[in-house]
Structure formats: C-alpha cells, structure tokens
Design a protein around this ligand. Sequence first.
Ligand code: AMP
Length: 342
Amino acid sequence: MSAGGAPDVGGLLEGYGAGDLAVATVASHTAIQILLGAKREGLRTIAIAPPGRGWFYSRMWFVDDVLEMDLRELPAAAEELRSRRAVIVPHGSYVEYVGWRAAMEIRVPTFGNRYLLAWEADQRRKMSLMEEAGLRVPRTYSSPEEVDGPVIVKLYGAKGGRGYFFARDPEELRDRLRGVEGPYIIQEYVVGVPAYHHFFYSPLRGRLELFGFDVRYESNVDGRTFGLADPTFVVVGNLPLVLRESLLPSVLRDGESFASAVQERTGRPPVGPFSLESIVRDTLEVVYFEFSGRIVAGTSVYMVHGSPYSLMYFREPVDMGRRIAMEIREAAESGRLSEVVT
Ligand code: AMP
C-alpha cells in the first residue's frame, strides 16, 4: 500500500502492456458516455452492473462484457478485472455503490487521482481544499449566533440535496435546527444562478482543459411547484450551458488553482475529469460550494456531439467519455499509464 490507503500502482499495472486494454465502469451515471468513448478509441469495454441492471447495457453494441454482481463484492473481483487488463473509470454512482473506502483500496488500476475521493467524502475537508486553492467559497458559520443572512444547512451524508434546508435569519435557523440530529454545516446561502464547470486535467499534455458547463434540473426548485412544496434539489436531469465568454479566463484560472492545491495536498494532480460547482451572483462573482473529483453526470449533455469548448484543444469536438479513453490509450502507447491511474 502507498500513502493514503491506495495500493501501489506499479504492482497493479503488471501485465498491462501497450495494447488490448479494457475500460470498466459501473453501469449507471455516465457509463454510456464512458463506454462508448472507450470503444471509439479502440478499447475493450466492461459494464459492471448491479443485479437486474445488466440487460439494459448488454443491448449496447459498444459494450463487450457485462459483469453482474453485488457491487459491495467488487473488491473480490479485482484479480478477474486485472486479468482482463481493465482500468476502472470512477463516477458518482461508483463511489456511492462501492463506497469510498473500497474505491480507495481496490486492487485495480483506477483512472484519475483516487486520493481525492477521501477529500470529497468529508464536507469540511472538501471546503478546506477549495479555500486553499484560493477559490471564493460561501462562508461557514459555527453557530446560529454568527449568522447575519440567509443560510443553507447541509446534513452530512445528504444525497442529491435531500437533507438540506434553508433559513432566512438566526431566529428561523434556531427554530429549524431544533430536532436535527447528527452533524451538519451551516453555510451562507449564495443568491444567484448555479453553474457546474467541467474540467479535464491531462498529465500527458501537462495542461488543464476547460470542457464545458451544465446546470442541473432539480425537482422542487425547477419544478412547477407554485409555492406548494418546500425546495428540494433532487437531480432529475441536466441541461447544457454556455457561460458569458468574459468569465471564461477567470474560470480556467480557478480550475488551475484548484489543480495546484490538489497536487500539493495529495501529491498528484486531479488526473482526468473533475468539476467545480458554483453559484454566480448578479455581480458576476463566482462562488464555489462543491467539487467532484471525477466525471459528473452533466458532461453527458455533450455525449457524442462533444463539448463546444473541446474545440479549443482539438480539431473535432470530443466528449468527456472519449477524452478519458484518449488519455488512457495515449498513456498506454507511450508507456505512461502509471501517470494517469492510481
Ligand atoms: P449539492 O447536493 O451539494 O450539489 O447541492 C444541491 C443544490 O443546493 C445545488 O445545486 C445548489 O443549487 C444548492 N446549493 C448548495 N450550496 C449552496 C449555497 N451555499 N448557496 C446557494 N445554493 C447552494
């Protein structure tokens, strides 16, 4: 084991030559985009499906193999996956189904910087990494007495925005906190529009690529609720977004600062896709409330047609699934796989 609980990558890559690699991912989230992109780059594809989910993926021409299993058993399938020279591509459901500890320890080469998963799993560490990068983040309050404006309260482990609630002022906050159990953070509620920024860090090309933006389509904040329901942020889908062009240079700089902070704290850059999640105020200040250290679901809005911003780097549009596969293929061909997997 190397520092951080992840296995030594050199050992994992034994037997992984230049060719005949497979991309394996959990059959959910962005699996269609990831596996299609892998096939288009000439890699074999494996969908790892929870019981009952495999049939859907087995109908896709670009899925070579479907392994159906209880995903908590995935670490036991590590040898089998290595014998197929598989590289796991993690995504939001992968971490959720397999668990971040198992994801950290699994003995299969994993695309990206898996140390980041541990940071992502902890709300406070997560915010501290963004602060360290010098990004503008919402204020965090340690008690209702400090609060001087609207706040959002986030219970630890809340999923898809369930378990969040709001308060306009300290009185309402104290009232609503009564009866709340378990740890939570009290955060400044930033008034503005959400924008989710997609990046790809390429160790091979030594650069951070700005790939695009999306917004989430969330149940009772985007729904036709007519004041009949409290706000909830359950993600139902995603919509594409272009940002004012004048914001792009500073957004890319923010991404680069974040990548440097990750390098500093984890000893590696945030290899591959990651996302910074923001609210843009009417002053055009971008305030970051979250990051995802892996591909986000909103990149699928550019599936096949590719992100328009990918044309800043490539002569034809590329989507995130294909971009991942390009990096894996090129790394294998140049003997640099150990730089793109952990
Ligand atoms: P999350 O599940 O953390 O992605 O958050 C769900 C939603 O809550 C996001 O899509 C944002 O729109 C909103 N949100 C989270 N934190 C804040 C904040 N500090 N200020 C304003 N909105 C927020």
